[in-house]
Design a protein around this ligand. Sequence first.
Ligand code: 8OZ
Length: 363
Amino acid sequence: MTDKTLFAPYRLGSLTLVNRIVMAPLTRNRAGKGLAPSELAATYYAQRASAGLIITEATQVSEQAQGYQDTPGLFTQPQIDGWLKVTDAVHAKGSRIFVQLWHVGRISHVDLQPGGGAPVAPSAIRAETKTFVNNGFVDVSEPRALALDELPGIVEDFRQAAANAISAGFDGVEIHGANGYLLEQFIKDGANQRADAYGGSVENRARLLLEVTSAVVKEIGAERTGVRISPVSPANAISCSDPQPQYNYIAEQLDALGVVYLHVVEGATGGPRDVAPFDYDALRTRFKQTYLANNGYDLDLAQAHLEESKADLFAFGKAFISNPDLVERFKTGAPLAALNPATLFGGGAEGYTDYPSLADTNA
Ligand code: 8OZ
């Protein structure tokens, strides 16, 4: 036994988190007018502010970066204003909040793209998966390969969104490099067949993620920049022939950039932790700052991994949706409420802000 507990404060860069429990990013498809966070979003996040750190739902950095209906953005003034209400509400409850910055790449549909164009990708390879658009699940559209001279524009969109995040009161940003979206499409060779400096070798495939991260670090500081990866996750129909050397390199390079945390989806996103062999300790060895672990954790597994120093922070996803007071329930051993899958994506308050806390239930 050590005296390490999930319920003690943790120093993350210049921030003090009240505990080591993190609310994972969760897509809820409830953005309002102009894809600004809805009025309800401030309530939803504030209800969950017993987490030491909240990471928002994935938030697109541009119009082109959107892949599902009703996901929020962070590239217009009304979007910044909407997020300001969220960050104020969370800060008033004593928590901290990072926004997850997102470009979906090929996981999109022409109906969501500027001018009805094709979604963009490293290579013109369609993913065998669906997206949610026009109130239904449909196959993603055939993508087009990004030209070399379009990549600086994508880096710039992330940089600008990071600047906007600070204007919106966020404590930092998380770059979404996971789950089969654009940055991971470059990293994993199942989606990247480029013959230029952004395809082929381990170094080339990591280049766009590292350029984006470097631009964000320059804009808002390494202490406010985290990165999420999912080395072996097949989420969104992606594959990688060499995840261990690929991600060992990424961990080393992110360490060199000094980013404040590495958020690792261990296993298949939202699925089994043992989907494929992978040595996560090899990332921990290479990345010296905070290791944030995610996927399939319960309180006991998190506590065990903390005691073994396998990770510093632990992100819980689905449990936070149906248990706004998850930290209190963990502390007291209270049972966890079940999630209603029917209200996960889209809709209003039902299944969003109406899950009761224990205090509500006992009132
Ligand atoms: C569920 C539905 C749509 C998007 C991810 C942003 O997997 C997502 C996502 C999850 O990272």
